[in-house]
Design a protein around this ligand. Structure first.
Ligand SMILES: Nc1nc2c(ncn2[C@@H]2O[C@H](COP(=O)(O)OP(=O)(O)OP(=O)(O)O)[C@@H](O)[C@H]2O)c(=O)[nH]1
Ligand SMILES: [Mg+2]
Length: 451
């Protein structure tokens, strides 16, 4: 029996759903993310050693001779790397982002290291020794400032090669174009530091006396320091971007995922709380959920994900806010099963007829997803359908009239308050995730056969 078939058999045989949920637990990392306090392991960032070596070998001796030749720009290397890349098929790029040092830390560490550089041994002539020392110190300062920036530019992924889901997260959480703009500014700062550093090292290397060499050295150091103090805030912006992206929920594409969707305030987060280890904020106003939240369920030794998404309103795509777009990005790019929540109690602020329109559109658009409909807040449901002032009660749309009374065909009636239908919901969710597991692994096996 294959491993997949074995696991499926286990899924089907598992006895008690309540027991399964009791054992739900979120990984330590996931919990921290959920609490908004994802702590990145303490790490010290060093420049990539091979790159540093290559820069070291370029110039010191040339500087001494006063024939400072700028090293070839490594942009060709970056281009080659870019061409070799294609759009990622897996997520996880944000967890691999480099640690960015605050700009002042880079500056003061670079100044300290540069000032410790001594002249090449064996130069007897004082003027020669001083110009050698000055040029070497300026060269070192330039490199200590430029190398971390180069590392960031190389190690932050190019947005166009990210997985489409992560690309949407970048655009929707940072604003369109902001990520590339900040990386572009960091690259511009690096280029400036390199060019100004080389220029001043070269001037210093041509000094005719000890005094002149000392003056050229101070001028060069001051100039580089000024540039970095003035323009280094882009590095801090990059640091902030890395923090935001690293705190995004970690999604595993191969783990079956349940995504809760519906209009704002219909009770999605309340159900996520109940179904998983996710602890979303719950308040009685629309758009409490301001991002994608991820919880976990474990059963039959299989880990499942549950995501909570911001509510969808009845409007055209071009009018949607970024929160709604996040929800659509999840549905568009992640292999999720859908738990669609309908609130016909009149409590949520979106009329049943508007919910019907949103539902029809989303159902049609994402018809390839496995699906389960629930009617929430059934403790509040009255016998006759709720009528909103904006609704046309006498409309002869049979489908709509039916929806206002009972929701979509087969919808499960639940209430978090009275606990009505919750056992049945858990059991159906398990079945749905089992099917989602089969769907993902079926595709996986097909891919392996083709490959
Ligand atoms: N009476 C009753 N109230 C409920 C039930 N489920 C949720 N609520 C309430 O409905 C309100 C909205 O619940 P949430 O779970 O935050 O709804 P949501 O869909 O996640 O809301 P957004 O994130 O803002 O879109 C809260 O005040 C809940 O306490 C239920 O079964 N019965
Ligand atoms: Mg919510």
């Amino acid at each position: 029996m294959s491993a997949t078939a074995n696991l499926l058999q286990q899924l089907c045989q598992y006895p008690s759903t309540s027991l399964l949920f009791r054992h739900s637990k979120l990984s330590k990392k996931g919990r921290a993310v959920m609490a908004g306090s994802y702590l990145v392991p303490k790490m010290v960032m060093y420049p990539i050693p091979c790159f540093y070596k290559c820069m070291q070998s370029t110039s010191y001796e040339a500087v001494v001779q006063g024939s400072y030749v700028p090293s070839a720009d490594a942009s060709q290397k970056t281009e080659a790397k870019e061409k070799a890349s294609t759009t990622a098929e897996t997520v996880g790029a944000f967890q691999k982002l480099p640690m960015v040092m605050p700009s002042v830390d880079i500056l003061y560490s670079a100044l300290r290291k540069a000032k410790r550089v001594s002249p090449t041994k064996g130069i007897a002539n004082i003027a020669k020794r001083e110009r050698n020392r000055g040029a070497k110190q300026l060269d070192a300062l330039m490199k200590e400032l430029a190398i971390p920036l180069r590392t960031y530019i190389e190690d932050f992924p190019n947005k166009k090669y990210l997985h489409p889901y992560e690309k949407s997260l970048v655009e929707l959480t940072l604003g369109d174009g902001n990520y590339e703009e900040v990386l572009g500014k960091v690259e511009a700062l690096r280029k400036k530091v390199v060019s100004v550093g080389k220029e001043h090292a070269s001037i210093c290397a041509k000094s005719l006396s000890k005094r002149e060499a000392g003056e050229r050295l101070s001028e060069g150091m001051k100039k580089l320091e000024e540039i970095f103090l003035r323009e280094g805030k882009v590095v801090d912006e990059l640091l902030n971007i890395a923090k935001i992206l690293r705190a995004m929920p970690v999604v595993d594409l191969e783990t079956p995922t349940l995504c809760l969707v519906g209009a704002p305030n219909v009770g999605k987060s309340s159900l996520v709380r109940l179904l998983s280890t996710g602890k979303p904020e719950i308040c009685n106003y629309p758009f409490t959920t301001r991002g994608i939240l991820m919880g976990h369920i474990t059963f039959s030794y299989q880990n499942f994900q549950v995501t909570d998404t911001p509510g969808l309103l009845r409007r055209h795509d071009e009018d949607r806010n970024n929160l709604e777009k996040l929800t659509l990005a999840v549905l568009s790019h992640l292999p999720t099963a859908v738990l669609y929540v309908h609130d016909l109690s009149g409590e949520c602020g979106t009329s049943p007829s508007d919910q019907f329109v949103i539902y029809k559109e989303i159902r049609e658009r994402f018809s390839n997803h496995l699906w389960l409909d629930v009617l929430s807040k059934c403790d509040l449901l009255e016998e006759s359908p709720v009528v909103y002032v904006t609704e046309d009660v006498n409309c002869d749309d049979y489908e709509l009239a039916k929806y206002r009374k009972m929701g979509p065909d087969g919808a499960l009636r639940v209430s978090v308050k009275s606990e009505m239908g919750l056992d049945e919901l858990k059991s159906r969710v398990h079945k749905l995730l089992g099917s989602q597991f089969m769907k993902i692994n079926g595709n996986q096996e097909k891919l392996e056969v083709c490959g």
